[in-house]
Design a binder for this molecule. Sequence first.
Ligand code: GLV
Ligand code: MN
Ligand code: MN
Length: 421
Amino acid sequence: MAEAFDIGARAKARCDLMGAAPYSEAEGMLVRRFLTPAHKAALDTLKFWMEEAGLAARIDAAGNLVGRYEGAAPGAPALLIGSHIDSVRNGGRYDGALGVTLGIDVVEVLNRAGRRLPFAVEVVAFGDEEGSRFPASMTCSRAVAGTVDVQVMEMVDGDGVSLAEAFAAFGLDPTRLEEAARKPGEVLAFLEAHIEQGPVLEAEDLALGVVTAIAAQKRLMVRIEGVAGHAGTTPMALRKDPGPAAAEAMLALERICRGGCDGLVGTVGRMTALPGAFNVIPGAVEFSMDIRAEVEATRDAAAEAITAEIEAIAARRGLSASVTLMQALAASPCDPGLTALLEAAVAETGQPPRRLPSGAGHDAMVIADLCPTAMLFIRCEGGISHNPREAVTEADCALAARAMLAFVERLAASNSLQRSA
Ligand code: GLV
Ligand code: MN
Ligand code: MN
């Protein structure tokens, strides 16, 4: 098939371009949160690239950018290809964005060759996978899957701006969020390409991996309350200080997860002492807990165990504690049929098709409620992610794009077979 650009390498270069202002909110680091001017700048540029590639692009009711490349017959169900365009604070350039720019490369190759498939291909840039602005994540893919609860509009960010207000400021109507939902008949399947964000592929000298399932996750917020006081005048024995209680809770979470199975992991990624001053014993400490495991029961048992420990720690220290569930995402197996197609597609690139699970969350786990999903992993240097040191090679990106194209052709072949059967 004719290619007049460096497939894959161009997708990587586009992520590099979007790694700085105006595609980042901050100087000297990448932070691109949902519904910010940096997000808008990324959507404008991606829309331009999509149109250049032959996709008809629109922003949907949830703020996702959706580009459509029609199939042989207009209006056919679509294969969705995509990932997210938001980032964590001081994140890497490829987490999410690479899955979108690779999708554009794939369609551009098809379009340049005049290749129309038995299905449409839509490239999607989801707006909020990370949840780095509002407390819950994957709002945009849940809107597409039709599983979002309109109550999410009440969530507030760190500046007290509600999701509804952020929607309105971005030019979106918060009352129409549910209109982003796709009907099951409109969507054939979802393919997400993503950096591995772990060290397995690199350790085995492999460029690509095929994901079997995505781990279950829970997000919880903990608040331990004591009594604020003067740091100089209150003797240690007479304090009601939630700080050391929070430290004990963190150690308990580490102990519980280290002793667990099924890939159990627990993280305190955010902690705030209130009011937050050198010379004030905090009146309250708030911290997040992210708990994941391949098996939901293992994740849930860990969440229950740490909740009981936090209550016991607080009681022993004369404090009060609350643990609030912010979000629970079920474990999501990838579709066996599509996964087999993707394995064959990877093998076509000359790479052994290594299967592996994903500890990271992805839009695919939410889109699985709408249609069958498959996920392709791309090796990243040192397995490092959620870090500006995230790195991929052009050669691996080119292999990924070729595997995606091979997957599309294999799906087309199996789709035609199904239709003629
Ligand atoms: C997203 O990167 C997540 O796994 O939370
Ligand atoms: Mn991420
Ligand atoms: Mn991601």
